[in-house]
Design a protein. Structure first.
Length: 349
């Protein structure tokens, strides 16, 4: 099977969504090294007086950020979802259907330092962010109307991120969003059929095959998933089949911090640039009964394709049919795995 998949156009099944991707490996058979461009070096001050996330600065709502030493969480001043929304459903002619959505949106500054990103932060500092994610998840889940909690980071101007100050977001809401619904269905069906989580079986297969593995440590496995759509997409899977971050032990949280550091350093090193991505955890719905079929994982969806500025576009056939890629997930895994473990900028210092 391996040889065939290296040569012939084929589709692969995304186990988590039930959807397919198209792989066209014959279009990118040449061995290829990441092209490094001479970009103006990204030098930011440790403190930017005009940044709404830096300590002591004013935000859009007129409030002033505290002089925070580690991370800082606040309710988004332009929240997409509002806590005081009343539940209601609209239906017209059986065809025009709408429903109100209630929620809470928060912003987390990962560090008081304006000039850092996760790969440049210490593992100890990342571990503090993991603690905040866990605390926020636990507290938000205490609102019994909340059913889904999305913890994510949207990084880089190319991704539409408005501010380079390291930060992420949490959106908690009253219904399950589309991606969670798809994964809920796929994982539930698998669990009902096998009595084990889909990702615990998938994890074993990837550990055995090794060709898509990037990091394999005590508590986490990082792979380019067999069905990856984005060129350098990765999936972080917890070895223990826990359904959400509230169940992580101290040792697991410490290992997650280390894993995120090692993965994002490798990402930055591919093109010697601050690697943009959208990344986020997929976790079981809360206040929704038993969720044994859910297995915590985190997706990284980076847009870059050939260089620090050439991104992949999900357009044309991909908008109308399904995602397509040239470079195989196996080749992408090899490229990420072989990156140095030291951040390229620390070599420059
Ligand atoms: P990005 O990750 O997309 O850059 O979003 C940062 C969020 O910060 C964005 O959702 C919020 C925006 O609404 N924000 C504030 O909450 N307060 C501000 O003063 C500016 C931006
Ligand atoms: Zn800042």
């Amino acid at each position: 099977m391996k040889n065939t998949l290296e040569d012939i156009p084929h589709t692969r099944l995304n186990l988590l969504t039930g959807e397919k991707i198209l792989v066209s490996p014959h279009r990118s058979k040449r061995p290829w090294q990441g092209q490094v461009e001479d970009l103006p070096s990204d030098t930011r001050p440790a403190y930017d007086p005009s940044c709404y996330l830096c300590p002591g600065n004013e935000r859009a709502d007129g409030s002033k950020n505290p002089d925070y030493p580690e991370s800082f969480v606040f309710v988004n001043d332009f929240s997409a979802l509002l806590e005081d929304t009343q539940e209601a459903r609209f239906e017209d002619a059986d065809l025009l259907i709408a429903e109100t959505e209630r929620g809470i949106c928060k912003v987390i500054a990962f560090s008081p330092r304006h000039d850092l990103t996760l790969p440049e932060m210490s593992i100890e500092a990342i571990a503090k962010v993991v603690d905040v994610w866990q605390d926020e998840f636990i507290h938000l889940a205490q609102h019994e109307w909340i059913r889904s909690i999305q913890i994510f980071e949207n990084k880089g101007a190319i991704m539409g991120c408005s501010n380079p100050h390291p930060h992420g977001q949490i959106w908690a809401q009253s219904h399950l969003p589309v991606e969670i619904l798809k994964e809920d269905q796929q994982q539930r069906t698998y669990y009902q059929q096998h009595g084990r989580t889909l990702l615990s079986d998938y994890l074993n297969v990837e550990q055995e095959k090794k060709e898509r593995v990037i990091i394999d440590n005590t508590h986490f496995l990082v792979v380019v998933p067999f069905w990856a759509a984005w060129p350098y997409e990765t999936l972080v899977i917890s070895k223990r089949a826990v359904s959400d971050i509230s169940q992580f032990t101290g040792a697991e949280k410490a290992d997650l911090a280390k894993t995120l550091s090692e993965l994002t350093i490798r990402y930055d090193n591919i093109f010697s640039t601050s690697f943009p991505y959208s990344a986020g955890m997929h976790q079981a719905p809360v206040n929704s009964g038993t969720q044994n079929h859910w297995h915590w994982h985190m997706h990284f969806y980076p847009p870059l394709l050939r260089s620090a500025t050439v991104k992949k576009f999900m357009v044309g056939y991909e908008m109308l049919g399904n995602p397509q890629r040239d470079i195989t997930p196996e080749k992408a895994a090899e490229i990420i795995r072989n990156q140095p473990e030291i951040h390229y900028k620390s070599k420059l210092k």
